[in-house]
Write a protein that binds this ligand. Structure first.
Ligand SMILES: *Cc1c(COP(=O)(O)O)cnc(C)c1O
Length: 801
């Protein structure tokens, strides 16, 4: 079917006609997409079956990665690339006058995630399959992924995302492997034959139906599985209100992260978490029991990973299944549970650490709550032995305290490994945030610096750069991203520099075209493309970037002789629908863009662009076109970041704080090839502890700061003067929690250096190439190999078809 382009063309045309019932000339792009997608899935299926059979027959240890988010991005072209048939397909389609890129545009961009955490899970799946590691993802098949963002009048408007509207060619529904999930009801405890038993009565049953999607490794025969669960009504008692039952049930998998500011939303989210965990664990145990008889040895064959605390209910749920269903004693079950589970922490922001009120938790999951209480009591007793009389410490470390269930504590106590996602983040966990746990479990804590799959973010997103690298150092880096370092020997060759400059320029042209189409703004290809794309959040400090632009505008207005290297400031960001401040910053960026882009003189030097609906497919067009990567979070707040790695791999230079993986990027490329500024994490944490920061002092003592901050409310923007008052208040009245004004001067200085450095064209190109050559370390293949060796203890399996 895909052996050469003629064979492909022949089967494609045949299939197109039989599937769509029309002649080739009448078919639409969508017909063509669906036909090609189905052909590819069919081609995958024999490898998929082989892989599953191999896993069954070899019966070696497998890992299951539980995540409430998988931010996959489009799959068609990535699958073609990984299968090694992209060229054949592209050639065949070209003969028919079809552009693969146009067909790809028909594929929806599955956004079953918010940002970095979900994208990491997607990169990990790609690396697991490519490294021939037996590892599968378990998640939720949200009917609506992350909302589509529209900008109306400078304000964000959310529309429901519809990735399933035209079906999903990659999924296979497996109704025979459905699991039953119980909510509400009561637990009846009985004691007979010397044994306690627990019966869940009056529960509401929900059916979890799996949809499996293939995860294709790159140029290998391994095809792993991403299993996404769909909630459906199960058999129910006849006197129930059927309609409301049906509605409540289906609501569980309707939306990614429903609004959790109200209790109804909270219950739904908690339901999602238990739904994911219970269905996944039942499925994992069922498949284990097919090949193994002794459930007490589950951890020899199975590792289960908890991605952030959302799946932390895996701890009590595994205990429940092992005790209530499999008949193990508490101690036996605890041994298996803790030896099976491992956990990744993704944040130290206290508002992001999940805590559930008991009054919501207990009625919804009565048996799970009982088990957590027991885990907590045993844990507190242990603490009492270690720290007799230290009530304060015990209260602080308890899993249940002050009528709240603390999910991070549950995950730590119930796992054999707890990892952070960048060196500095893991250090902060060990020595500050989770110090008391590190004191009692020093060997559980470890670091696994995040990574990204170079197959999507280099090979797929930037074929021009990929070819240039291949022509320069050969193809080894494709399989061993560390080999990108070989590029370093060539960076002084003028040819390479020129070719790289051409590749970058071409991608800037493509992005500029898109900006012209979507935003109606013409941008200068010779300007610096200075990009900040990521979720909108106060700690990521898009505001610092904005204030710098206002400052530049002021200087350009005040002094007609002030010259700088022209720049295009590009933003992309979604704000959580209920996050008032974040939405204000989006409006502010638009007001600033109006002001700057409409000034006849200033707009020749700087421009501001906000790209709507930031998502994986848009990201694939942005990273290759960037010159400067903005990674300016308040030090200590960004656990790792992964956008920073995608920029680096595509030859953009980082302007960044010493935060998250920026630090490791600096260690890789050297201080001369990155622009760092601002407070260190230690300085930020010290300020937070001693309370000695006064943003007002910076406002009063730095004229530049006073001017830009005043401009938020003095009629400088055409909006009414109250529009941005809350932003000004966050800086002055609320004492600038994220140290924007504290880092302002240092940011202005480094940005000036960036402008000057860009004008030393040759040197800049060398720095960009040095960044690319050191980006191999940030491949998720390295990250996943470390998880496999140190945490999961799994080995690769060769698949032969
Ligand atoms: C990589 C990525 C992110 C994470 O970006 P950070 O800068 O690390 O926050 C978020 N969204 C999308 C679509 C991404 O591709």
């Amino acid at each position: 079917m895909f052996s050469n382009s003629d064979r492909f063309k022949e089967s494609f045309l045949k299939r197109l006609e039989s599937m769509c019932g029309k002649g080739f000339e009448e078919t639409t792009k969508r017909d063509q997409y669906l036909t090609l997608g189905n052909m590819v899935r069919e081609y995958i299926s024999s490898k998929w079956i082989e892989t599953n059979e191999l896993y069954r027959s070899e019966n070696k240890k497998q890992v299951y990665y539980l995540s409430i988010e998988f931010l996959l991005g489009r799959l068609l072209v990535q699958n073609l690339l990984n299968l090694g048939i992209k060229d054949v397909v592209e050639e065949g389609l070209n003969d028919l006058d079809i552009d693969l890129g146009d067909i790809e545009e028909c594929e929806s961009d599955p956004a079953l995630g918010n940002g970095g955490l979900g994208r990491l899970a997607a990169c990990f799946l790609d690396s697991l399959a490519t490294l021939n590691l037996p590892g599968h993802g378990y998640g939720i098949r949200y009917k609506h992924g992350l909302f589509d963002q529209k900008i109306v009048d400078g304000y964000q408007v959310e529309l429901p995302e519809q990735w399933l509207r035209h079906g999903n060619v990659w999924e296979v529904r497996k109704p025979d492997e459905a699991a039953e999930i119980l909510f509400w009801g009561k637990i009846e405890t009985s004691y007979d034959n010397n044994e306690l038993s627990f019966k869940h009565v009056g529960a509401e049953k929900v059916l979890a139906v799996p949809y499996d999607m293939p995860v294709v490794g790159y140029h290998v025969d391994t095809v792993n599985t991403l299993r996404l669960w769909n909630a459906e009504p199960a058999a129910f008692a006849p006197n129930q209100d059927i309609l409301s039952y049906k509605r409540d049930t289906e609501a569980i998998t309707d939306f990614l992260y429903p609004d959790d500011t109200h209790d109804e939303g909270k219950i739904l989210r908690l339901k999602q978490q238990y739904f994911l965990v219970s269905s996944s664990l039942q499925s994992i145990i069922a498949s284990y029991k097919k090949e193994n008889s002794n459930i007490r040895e589950l951890h020899h064959s199975v590792a289960i990973h908890i991605n952030d605390t959302h799946p932390a209910l895996a701890v009590p749920e595994l205990m429940r299944l092992l005790m209530d269903i499999e008949g193990l004693t508490w101690d036996e079950a605890w041994k298996v549970t803790t030896n099976t589970l491992s956990y990744t922490n993704h944040t130290i922001l206290s508002e992001a650490l999940e805590k559930w009120p008991i009054y919501l938790f207990k009625p919804l999951m009565p048996r799970i709550y009982m088990i957590i209480e027991e885990i907590n009591e045993r844990f507190c007793a242990e603490l009492w032995n270690k720290y007799p009389g230290d009530w304060h410490k015990i209260e602080h470390m308890a899993i249940i305290a002050h009528d709240l269930v603390k999910m991070a504590h549950l995950a730590i106590v119930g796992s054999n490994s707890i990892n952070g996602v960048a060196k500095i983040h893991s250090d902060i966990l060990k020595h500050r945030e989770m110090k008391s746990f590190y004191d009692i479990y020093p060997t559980k804590f470890n670091n696994k610096t995040n990574g990204i799959t170079h197959r999507r973010w280099l090979l797929k997103a930037n074929p021009g750069l990929t070819n240039l690298i291949k022509n320069t150092i050969g193809e080894d880096f494709v399989h061993q991203p560390d080999k990108l370092i070989d590029l370093k020997r060539h960076i002084y060759h003028p040819d390479l520099k020129e070719q790289f400059a051409n590749v970058k320029r071409k991608r800037k042209e493509i992005l500029a075209k898109r900006i012209a189409e979507k935003n109606g703004i013409l941008v200068d290809i010779d300007s610096i493309f200075d990009v900040q794309v990521k979720r909108m959040h106060a700690y990521k400090r898009q505001l610092l970037n904005v204030l710098h632009i206002i400052y530049l505008y002021n200087r350009l207005k005040e002094d007609v002789n002030y010259t700088i290297q022209p720049r295009t400031f590009i933003f992309g960001a979604k704000a959580s629908p209920t996050y008032y401040y974040a939405k204000k910053i989006i409006k502010l960026i638009h007001s600033l863009a109006d002001k700057v882009n409409n000034d006849p003189r200033v707009s020749k030097i700087i421009k501001v662009v906000f790209m709507e609906n930031y998502r994986v497919s848009l990201a694939e067009d942005i990273f290759p076109a960037a010159d400067v990567s903005e990674q300016i979070s308040t030090a200590s707040k960004e656990a790792s970041g992964t956008g920073n790695m995608k920029f680096m791999m595509n030859g953009a230079l980082t302007v960044g704080t010493l935060d998250g993986a920026n630090i490791e990027i600096m260690e890789e490329v050297g201080k001369d090839n990155i622009f760092t500024f601002g407070l260190t994490a230690q300085e930020v944490l010290n300020y937070e502890e001693n309370g000695r920061y006064r943003s007002m002092e910076y406002y009063h003592h730095d004229l530049r700061i006073r001017q830009v901050v005043d401009q938020l409310t003095n009629g400088f923007f055409s909006e009414d003067e109250g529009e941005f008052e809350s932003i000004k208040d966050s800086l002055l009245v609320q004492n600038d929690q994220y140290f924007v004004l504290r880092d302002f001067a240092s940011y202005i200085d480094i940005q000036e250096k960036v402008g000057v450095a860009y004008q030393q064209r040759d040197k800049w190109l060398e720095k960009a190439l040095i960044n690319i050559s050191h980006s191999g370390f940030f491949s998720s293949d390295r990250t996943i190999q470390q998880y496999a060796d140190d945490i999961w203890k799994i080995d690769p399996m060769g698949v032969r078809v």
